[in-house]
Design a protein around this ligand. Structure first.
Ligand code: MIG
Length: 787
């Protein structure tokens, strides 16, 4: 396609290579991130994912040998004819090599036509695309990321398609696409990791060994060749650098980390009040209740049904008094209906996508005949941001954007549907995968503008970089054990793909949940960043009290565990917005040298310190748990266990195996009915002795004042020989801080405690001791036994 190298020029961080047929650009974003670009469809460089890169000067050498050799302090990139590239690390080890041979698909034998007639799926041969990138594979690679996909953690042997898809049938491993498109893969080989991010919004294909064992394949039909090679060598660094490019989830409001109760639909004021009262009566902490499509007046977005919700504002303010936030669904489809304000405004201003003849395009979704706002236009996004206020001014606290793949009932949107695209008109093929991304960008901007608070948006469709605007959920799963099991690798890979704030419908959306399934699901949900029970119309009620007393008890236990852990989760979000690491993580992220962790599908870490090994099979009363090397403490029994091996754990229905890494401090809050940061005057420190530092972050949990410095940062330095020393330092102190600290020190019995030199009261319990100190304590010296 490119031909032979003619000549090249160096320009700042870039080298432009002129080939016989095209030109290619190689640009260093940092010493370990390199972008490869070639204008194929047009000359314009434009990204929906990468909004700004700092453009620091990167120093690199250019020499010529068998190819053009570019060398930074981290990488050696060798560019050849045909724009083939080979990349070495600084030790001159080959990391990635373009494949030069012919495509050699595995042989597929069979009488295709007859099988197809019977209704079986036939796997088509290799796809040919206009733009193709093939990289050599040796068979020793592990693949992670790729956003929200079915199948296991390691994507080796799978093929995926980037095309946002709403398919309500049960998600299974043969699905090549779901609702989100994140064209980013992390490759781990010989203990070294790198990422490939193909920033092109057109329908694209990733084949990671399904077609052949000799190469991986990326293909796309349109747009430009535009991809980033991101060297780690740790997975952590790959994720950090990928999110440096595409952005990070900003600090959320604290309440969004609480428990959320949803249903398709709580469709009247009475029903909503009933659910709210029940949550309080049953002592199940909860921060948010969702209104699904039936709250609207005939599915007209930015309206509500006056009969079923005659006192909408009063409902919301009453719920507020009970400590609930309300999140309302808003779909993109605008009902075609003269006299309906949103439709009239959209039509008269030309805000809807048009067909190739310039006529506003109509398809069908919930409201019947509907039109699609063109979110690729800044003006439309501004209008949409302003529309949010219709709901926000009533007290609604968050916006749920669904159906934004975009979905349609009368066949797919035509390929030649026209979009404004910031003045560079284009068609549906380019916009499809970013339609939801652009919609939630507008929603988030509206919430920020009208509430002044950190926006909470939840979306089904997404593209690379959507994490800047919205949290995501994984769409219409089912109440299957299989889907509980699958949600773990799916959420872990979403996290590695930048979507730190993610969750699956707890209990399953479609189909009927059972008490046992719900009990196991809440044991997972309690740790997923988004913690929301949601279920479909016509399925049996799925609120925690609709099964039996045992289910209700287990549910309460894990929701309360979640509420205890809130400050730990919030600390993870505070770190995340600086480095981009997800909240729930596959073990390989922290134990990259331990091959036992490479394919752990049913265990995860919460941050670095909590390991969760949930039960995801019906009736399973024991399970194997892999503990990486080091010491781990069983969260329930406080037993200390030597890692680097598998152990067997009993798992009665109310027990989810949880382990805390020795040398951890897990900050806790007292559990209340809901989260109110102003009430959190006491921090409880669940301490597992060791030698380490822990940083704890505190702010008002809702506003942007932290950006003006109104927050606290505490450093806890723990040293444990025989004696235990805890030093508390206020590294930054500009917010109304805690009134006391309660330390719960596990597996340690104290004999004497000195706080800043004064002898201090403490209390030994069975396997730990408890100590309460004032807000200004600086140094705690403990002599005793344990640790
Ligand atoms: O199924 O708004 O994924 O969460 O409850 C049709 C109704 C449309 C799909 C979403 C689901 C939501 C439902 N929606």
């Amino acid at each position: 396609m490119f031909g032979q190298i003619q000549d090249y020029q160096k320009k700042k961080n870039k080298v432009i290579i002129n080939y016989e047929q095209h030109s290619g650009e190689v640009e260093f974003i940092s010493p370990s991130i390199v972008n490869f670009f070639a204008p194929i469809s047009n000359q314009r460089r434009f990204s929906r994912a990468v909004e700004e890169i700092k453009g620091d000067n990167i120093s690199f050498e250019v020499t010529e040998d068998v190819g053009i050799i570019l060398k930074t302090e981290q990488l050696k990139v060798v560019i050849h004819d045909q724009f083939k590239v080979d990349i070495y690390n600084k030790d001159d080890k080959i990391i990635s090599k373009d494949y030069r041979g012919e495509r050699k698909p595995f042989i597929r034998r069979g009488k295709g036509d007859i099988i197809a007639e019977e209704g079986h799926q036939i796997i088509k041969g290799n796809i040919k695309n206009r733009i193709e990138v093939l990289k050599e594979m040796t068979g020793e690679e592990y693949f992670y990321g790729l956003g929200e996909q079915t199948g296991p953690l390691n994507k080796k042997g799978y093929r995926y398609q980037m095309w946002n898809t709403d398919d309500p049938s049960p998600h299974v491993e043969s699905f090549e696409s779901l609702y989100k498109s994140i064209p980013f893969v992390i490759i781990l080989k010989d203990g070294l990791a790198y990422g490939l991010f193909f920033d092109n919004t057109y329908r694209s294909y990733f084949d990671l060994g399904k077609e052949s064992s000799q190469y991986l394949y990326y293909g796309v039909d349109n747009g430009n060749l535009n991809y980033y090679f991101i060297y780690g060598p740790s997975i952590k660094e790959v994720v950090e650098k990928y999110t440096y490019l595409t952005g990070r989830t900003p600090l959320p409001q604290l309440w969004t980390l609480g428990y959320h109760q949803s249903r398709y639909s709580y469709d009247s004021e009475n029903r909503v009040r009933e659910v709210a009262d029940k949550l309080r009566e049953k002592d199940i902490p909860c921060d948010a209740i969702y209104l699904d499509i039936d709250y609207m007046d005939g599915y007209r977005v930015f309206t509500w049904d006056q009969e079923k919700f005659p006192n909408f504002e009063k409902l919301i303010s009453d719920l507020k008094k009970q400590g609930f936030k309300v999140v309302t669904i808003v779909d993109p489809g605008i009902k075609k209906d003269n006299g309906y304000l949103v439709y009239d405004e959209g039509l008269s201003n030309g805000y809807f996508a048009r067909d190739k003849d310039g006529i506003p395009y109509v398809n069908r979704v919930w409201p019947g005949e509907s039109l699609y706002p063109d979110f690729s236009s800044e003006e439309v996004r501004k209008w949409w941001a302003d529309k949010q206020n219709t709901l926000l001014e009533t007290g609604v606290a968050g916006i749920w954007n669904d159906m934004n793949e975009p979905a349609s009932f009368d066949g797919p949107l035509p390929a030649d549907l026209q979009f404004e695209n910031e003045g560079h008109q284009t068609d549906h093929q380019e916009i499809h995968n970013v339609y939801g991304h652009l919609m939630v960008r507008a929603s988030a901007e509206g919430i920020k503008k009208y509430t002044g608070k950190r926006p909470f948006v939840i979306t089904r469709a997404a593209y690379a970089g959507t994490q800047k605007y919205s949290t995501v959920w994984t769409g219409d799963n089912q109440s299957f054990w299989e889907h509980l099991r699958m949600s773990l690798p799916m959420l872990m890979n979403l996290g590695l793909s930048g979507m730190a704030f993610c969750g699956a419908d707890l209990g399953g959306f479609s189909f009927d949940c059972s008490g046992e399934l719900l009990s196991r699901w809440v044991q997972v949900g309690a740790f997923t960043p988004l913690f929301r029970n949601h279920s479909a119309a016509y399925t049996r009620d799925q609120e925690p009290w609709c099964f039996d007393l045992e289910t209700e008890r287990i549910y309460r236990k894990y929701v309360k565990l979640r509420y205890r852990l809130i400050p730990y989760l919030y600390d993870l979000f505070w770190q995340e917005q600086k480095i981009g690491l997800p909240i729930i993580r596959p073990l390989v992220l922290h134990y990259q040298d331990d091959e036992n962790t490479y394919e752990l599908n049913d265990q995860f870490l919460v941050g670095e310190n909590i390991l969760v090994a949930p039960v995801v099979q019906q009736g399973q009363l024991a399970r194997a748990v892999y503990l990486p090397s080091g010491k781990w403490v069983d969260y329930w029994t406080k037993e200390i266990i030597e890692g680097g091996r598998y152990i067997l754990k009993k798992t009665p229905l109310d027990t989810c195996p949880i382990f805390i890494k020795e040398g951890s401090l897990i900050p806790n809050y007292k559990v209340g009915a809901y989260l109110d940061n102003k009430m959190n005057q006491e921090l409880i420190l669940d301490l597992y002795p060791g030698d380490f530092n822990y940083l704890h972050y505190q702010d008002d949990g809702e506003s942007f004042n932290y950006q003006k410095g109104e927050y606290n940062l505490y450093q806890f330095a723990i040293a444990c020989k025989q004696d235990l020393t805890i030093s508390i330092k206020k590294i930054h102190y500009k917010y109304n801080g805690y009134k006391k600290f309660t330390f719960m020190i596990n597996n340690y019995q104290a004999e004497e405690v000195l706080v800043d030199g004064q002898s201090h009261f403490f209390q030994n319990d069975e396997d730990r001791f408890v100590l309460v100190v004032g807000p200004d304590a600086k140094e705690i010296k403990i002599s005793g036994t344990g640790g």
